[in-house]
Design a protein around this ligand. Structure first.
Ligand code: ADP
Ligand code: MG
Length: 571
């Protein structure tokens, strides 16, 4: 096998030559401690940087077995290693010439802990790191000596200081492993306890800012404290017994004055579908893996969705059983989002009045008197919410400050005061009795089972011009897919760029392998998720990318459903 010294020789030989000469360094190089694999060499210094891997055997990493297995432990540790790799790469990598020359990059995770391709920790403690490097150039000429320093000295140093167990306190490694394992166990305990979410006492829910996901710090932070009747104890494999608030199945309202922490609590629950790193404040905040945030999203496209349970025939006799629009209103977008979520298997709907359409949520007594039923196509959510739970097993958690009409349908009512919840279910029931709303339920017929929606493969087309796959992630808010841009700004449970990258690759995979003109959307989601479980994230690409992270079926469904070119056949 080619060795480190052979790589040095080539880099010296091509020094000063045209940039294309770098192609000679592709392949696998045996370094003393690990294998350096150069998968892709960039075409010029300004192109996307080259893609590399370091494969480090277990004997070298020295990671103890108790942090590398079982899987949830390995995933927790892999995220720690990836963040450290980023830090060390920033510290030791330096600009060496034009463009991104000399920079080492990695797709490090944020606060959430997801299976990802940047760092994978194997069961035996071996580690694979996927990263990028800007191969040094002056103008468009190879800087061989700088490349030698980068690849043969800096990279091994970054690997040693981020992947070797000796670079860490063993306690830190163990904590990242065990905290993640506990979070998995905590989520798995929800269902048997009849809960849809759990927020541990002492959790820190508020974030620094709207764009900084790290925990809020300082004396103003009020740690979470569970209210008496909802306090539950759960025994975790590592942390022992934890106490916190269990939100039961059914219909839960979060009420309270403005600025008392209602949205922050809901956001904690919404993000509780993912695990969080130690120190995040939400390590023990978990929710049902099928909890889906629903919001109004006017302007989005909707294709072939049966929104008739919420919206009857529209002006002009337009049917809503197979509803499509290029430009949904607030209420129709929320109706479509709800039906799509249920179709994809949502078991909990999360709604915040801040981002909901009022006319979708409620039609009060006075409106019922003023605008006759025949002239209002909307069946408000309040008249479906119980049926969704009873007939379809779908719970709801709603944040409401303004509409007391929902007290009639709630199973549990939480009031937030100074960021601390209390259980006011009984008082709420008294209030509901003492102040009847006088509104009449307006349910035309049952929700029923909506038709199967079958996407046409040709409409999910990732090609553009000569490129058969033209898929790019712009930022956390959108995907370029073929000739169009899918806007995912309103999909709150997409948390990172690697996750979005994986969603976009999954759309390509879904089209190529599973859209056969017979499979419905939920069946396609099943098959993609099965393929991921069976083959891992690499099923999404054969190029060994380092910037993919695990996502849920719900976010894949969200992306597919927002594709404007989508064509659906219903049966
Ligand atoms: P609401 O939805 O009830 O109007 P928010 O959840 O938006 O309130 O919270 C209002 C503000 O209080 C936000 O800036 C949030 O970061 C902050 N906040 C929320 N919970 C806490 C807490 N436990 N401790 C300190 N600040 C908090
Ligand atoms: Mg709010």
């Amino acid at each position: 096998m080619k060795e480190k010294d052979d790589l040095r020789r080539i880099l010296n030989r091509i020094d000063g030559r045209g940039y294309k000469a770098y192609k000679d360094i592709r392949g696998r190089w045996a370094f003393p401690d690990f294998a350096l694999i150069i998968d892709h060499v960039q075409g010029d210094p300004f192109a996307a940087p080259s893609r590399l891997r370091a494969v480090v055997p277990s004997g070298v990493t020295g990671l103890p077995r108790r942090v590398s297995a079982p899987e949830p432990r390995a995933v927790g540790v892999a995220c720690l290693l990836a963040r450290r790799f980023r830090r060390e790469a920033d510290r030791l990598g330096k600009s060496r010439g034009s463009g991104k020359s000399g920079r080492i990059g990695i797709a490090a995770p944020g606060q959430e802990v997801l299976e990802q391709t940047a760092v994978r920790v194997e069961e035996d403690g071996a580690v694979e790191v996927r990263f990028t490097a800007g191969l040094p150039a002056r103008g468009r000429k190879v800087m061989g000596r700088q490349a030698e320093e980068l690849l043969c000295e800096t990279v091994p140093e970054v690997v040693a200081t981020s992947v070797f167990a000796s670079a860490y306190d063993e306690e830190e490694l163990v904590r990242h492993a065990l905290v993640n394992e506990d979070a998995e166990a905590l989520r798995a305990s929800l269902e048997p306890l009849g809960l849809v979410a759990f927020v541990a006492d002492g959790s820190v829910l508020p974030r620094r800012t709207g764009v900084d996901d790290r925990p809020l710090e300082g004396p103003q932070v009020v740690p979470f404290e569970s209210p008496d009747p909802l306090r539950v104890e759960v025994e975790l494999p590592n942390a022992g017994v934890v106490t916190g608030m269990g939100i039961p199945r059914g219909i839960t309202l979060v009420v309270g004055g403005g600025y008392h922490g209602k949205s922050t609590l809901l956001r904690g629950v919404e993000q509780g579908v993912y695990n969080h790193r130690p120190g995040d404040g939400r390590e023990q905040v978990v929710s049902d893996p099928a909890a889906v945030k629903i919001r109004a999203e006017d302007g989005r496209a909707v294709t072939g969705v049966d929104i008739s349970p919420f919206i009857g025939d529209l002006p002009g006799g337009v049917s809503t059983r197979d509803f499509s629009t290029e430009n949904a209103s607030g209420s129709t977008s929320q109706a479509a989002g709800t039906m799509e979520a249920v179709e994809a298997g949502a078991r909990v709907l999360l709604v915040d009045e801040d981002t909901a359409a009022t006319n979708f949520m409620i039609r009060d007594r006075r409106m019922q008197a003023l605008v006759p039923r025949e002239r209002e196509p909307i069946t408000p959510f309040i008249d479906r919410i119980r049926e969704l739970h009873r007939e379809h097993g779908v719970s709801s958690i709603l944040v409401l400050g303004g509409s007391g009409d929902y007290l009639d349908v709630a199973d549990t009512v939480l009031a937030m005061t100074d960021y601390t919840p209390s259980d006011v279910t009984e008082t709420a029931q008294t209030v509901a009795r003492d102040f009847p709303t006088g509104r009449v339920a307006e349910t035309p017929g049952p929700v029923g089972s909506p038709p199967r929606r079958i996407p046409a493969a040709r409409s999910v087309d990732p090609s553009k011009g000569k490129r058969s796959v033209n898929v790019k992630v712009r930022d956390e808010d959108g995907i370029l897919f073929g000739a169009e841009e899918i806007d995912l700004q309103a999909v709150d449970q997409i948390v990172s760029r690697p996750q979005l990258r994986a969603v976009s690759e999954a759309l390509v995979l879904a089209r190529r392998r599973f859209m056969d003109g017979k499979a419905s959307i939920p069946e396609i989601l099943d098959r993609v998720m099965e393929a991921l479980d069976r083959e891992g994230l690499d099923v999404l690409s054969d190029r060994k990318p380092g910037d993919l992270a695990r996502f849920r079926r719900h976010e894949l469904a969200a992306a597919l459903n927002r594709l404007r070119a989508l064509e659906i056949r219903s049966d």
